[in-house]
Design a protein around this ligand. Structure first.
Ligand SMILES: Nc1ncnc2c1ncn2[C@@H]1O[C@H](COP(=O)(O)OP(=O)(O)OP(=O)(O)O)[C@@H](O)[C@H]1O
Ligand SMILES: [Mg+2]
Length: 305
């Protein structure tokens, strides 16, 4: 069975999408079969691999997570998710040389409304465990990914939006682990404890709903794989003072933190015109590429244990 990991943080712009794209691409480059699912209506992950023009012309109308989830909004069941899987050409030219593959389920801006409609169905921001649709909506992705069509993937990464809406919740329920990118600052530290609280609330709610349903559905208990400290600024060989204290601020949380941090590197994270994440881009900054490779190794070791 593939390992499913959702990449989450309430805070926007901390590098969730960047980390998802780069770890995914690097694992595929090492010969793994990787599926990325873009659960964010902003669709930034999708645009790491496709141009906006291509998305508009050939993907947006029929080939995104929005069309897949559509039937759920009208009381039906979504069809097979594997029919929505795309294989972006540019990155696969590179990774196929080593026998790897990188696939993606693309996103759509309309997903923001779908997310809200689903939440309203379950009682709004205070999701009701007793709602008859609780399990149906929360399990939508878990059930879809349990199809044998996904058995061939080694890893499935879910890029979540910066909120705790229905897409994020369904992503977490489908996951074995969660990865939390964060910036090394005080606010991020606060955000992580809040996020952890919401995560355990969701796990408890789900267990209660499953209990009420009296069904054989297993509890969910995704493991926090760790915090990835991103956008670190260096003065010489050490992070700048503010970032050192931001990193130390994670200690009291007693949460796993990846040893490998990713530095701030403005020139390199600009666009994805080439359809290749930084880690695979020819002529990319070797230091950043090395950091992303090391992070991928650490990630890979954690999902295998
Ligand atoms: N280490 C880095 N150095 C410089 N820029 C970075 C770095 N990591 C990410 N970025 C840039 O910061 C911006 C936000 O990153 P990204 O989209 O990955 O964050 P996100 O957490 O997914 O955001 P959102 O919450 O909106 O989904 C992007 O423009 C990205 O290219
Ligand atoms: Mg993102």
């Amino acid at each position: 069975m593939p390992r499913v990991v959702s990449v989450i943080n309430y805070k926007g712009g901390v590098g969730k999408t960047t980390i998802t794209a780069n770890i995914g691409a690097e694992l595929a480059h090492r010969g793994r079969r990787v599926l990325l699912v873009d659960l964010d209506p902003q669709a930034s992950l999708t645009f790491c691999f496709y141009t906006a023009e291509h998305w508009e012309a050939t993907i947006q109308e029929a080939q995104t997570v929005l069309q897949w989830i559509g039937p759920l909004l009208s009381g039906g069941e979504p069809g097979a998710l594997d029919e929505f899987v795309l294989t972006p050409p540019r990155v696969n030219e590179v990774v196929s040389a080593n026998g790897g593959r990188l696939d993606i389920v693309a996103s759509h801006l309309g997903l923001i409304d779908a997310d809200q409609d689903l939440a309203i169905e379950l009682g709004g921001s205070r999701v009701q465990v007793r709602s008859p649709n609780f399990l149906r909506v929360h399990r939508v992705l878990a059930d879809a990914l349990a199809s044998p069509a996904f058995d061939d993937y080694d890893v499935i990464l879910l890029d979540c939006p910066p909120n705790f809406g229905m897409m994020t919740r369904a992503g977490i329920v489908a996951s074995d682990g969660v990865l939390v990118p964060a910036r090394p600052d005080y606010l991020s530290t606060l955000g992580i404890s809040y996020l952890r609280g919401r995560l355990s609330e969701l796990i408890d709610d789900y267990a209660r709903a499953a209990g009420l349903a009296g069904s054989a559905i297993h509890d969910v208990a995704p493991e926090i794989l760790g915090v990835v400290v991103n956008m670190v600024q260096y003065a010489g060989t050490q992070p700048i003072n503010a970032h050192q204290s931001g990193i130390r601020g994670l200690d009291p949380l007693e949460i796993k933190v990846f040893d490998q941090r990713i530095r701030q590197s403005n020139s390199l994270f600009g666009g994805s015109e080439s359809g290749l994440p930084v880690v695979l881009a020819p002529g990319g900054n070797a230091v950043v590429q090395y950091e992303l490779q090391q992070l991928t190794s650490e990630f890979h070791a954690r999902i295998r244990t």
